[in-house]
Write a protein that binds this ligand. Structure first.
Ligand code: UDP
Length: 240
């Protein structure tokens, strides 16, 4: 049973369990998709029913950061641990490399997915990069066809939220891939265009603050975090 945090149902899994389930989905017929919502996405889901349906329709809904973990604990229904998308993706690539699976990288600015692909192929020997495409396309059909033609087993869909969740819900099956993962800005990190926060910040649940300092333009978006906490408090009051 999923744990509800303001209308988004999260799977209550450790990172090891999430990777185990992700790997099982990769080897199961049909298309499956994984989302990794943070408080900002939960807030988007509160206002956007289509985004909410796409997020809750995923086969795995993993809490990306400390905010969701705190929210679930405040509601009296704690989640086991945070399972950040980028760490989940890295662990999944180890599994894909072991099994000789192929991965398509979709998203980010032109050239970024290609560089990420080169880096990841070097980092995970055995992993096949089936193809790449930037995330600034107009028509979906040629992209879906390119993925299908590549024969990719998995796709990292990095178009930002909620675009990537809606995209996976709509086109996942047509790509022919077994596993699609919505991973926000991960290709920027895998390509070296941006850096992930150092361990000190991630360990102490301060990755959001690190990103805010590095990219002050995110301030508007980050105001969703205190709003999320206000909404969690209100929900807690209602549940009493
Ligand atoms: N992006 C894209 N197509 C779009 C809008 C965004 O490919 O139409 C990419 C953008 O270049 C970035 C990623 O999606 O690489 C979103 O990154 P963001 O930092 O917003 O995601 P987060 O990691 O915070 O979820």
């Amino acid at each position: 049973m999923r744990i509800d945090v303001l209308g988004v149902g999260f799977d209550n899994l450790t990172m090891d369990e999430a990777v185990e389930q992700g790997t099982a989905l990769l080897h199961t017929e049909g298309a499956h998709y994984v989302v990794t919502p943070n408080p900002e996405i939960v807030e988007v889901c509160r206002e956007n029913p289509a985004a909410c349906a796409a997020v809750n329709g995923a086969d795995l809904v993993l809490p990306d950061g400390i905010g969701v973990i705190k929210g679930a604990a405040m509601l009296g229904t704690p989640l086991k641990e945070k399972t950040p998308g980028i760490e989940f993706a890295s662990r999944m690539m180890e599994k894909m490399a072991e099994a000789g699976k192929s991965l398509y990288l979709l998203g980010a600015k032109p050239g970024v997915a290609e560089t990420a692909g080169k880096n990841l192929a070097a980092q995970y020997p055995g992993l096949k990069i089936a193809g790449t495409h930037d995330g600034y396309f107009k028509d979906d059909a040629p992209i879906v066809a390119d993925i299908a033609q590549s024969g990719a087993d998995a796709v990292f869909v990095c178009l930002g939220a909620p675009k990537q969740e809606l995209w996976m819900a709509k086109y996942g099956a047509a790509t022919g891939a077994h596993l699609l993962c919505g991973l926000g800005g991960s290709l920027d990190i895998f390509s070296g265009v941006s850096e992930r926060a150092p361990e000190f910040w991630t360990k102490h649940g301060l990755e959001w603050f690190y990103r805010l300092c590095k990219e002050p333009s995110r301030f508007g978006r980050m105001m969703k975090l205190p709003l999320f906490l206000v909404h969690v408090r209100q929900e807690k009051g209602k549940r009493k």
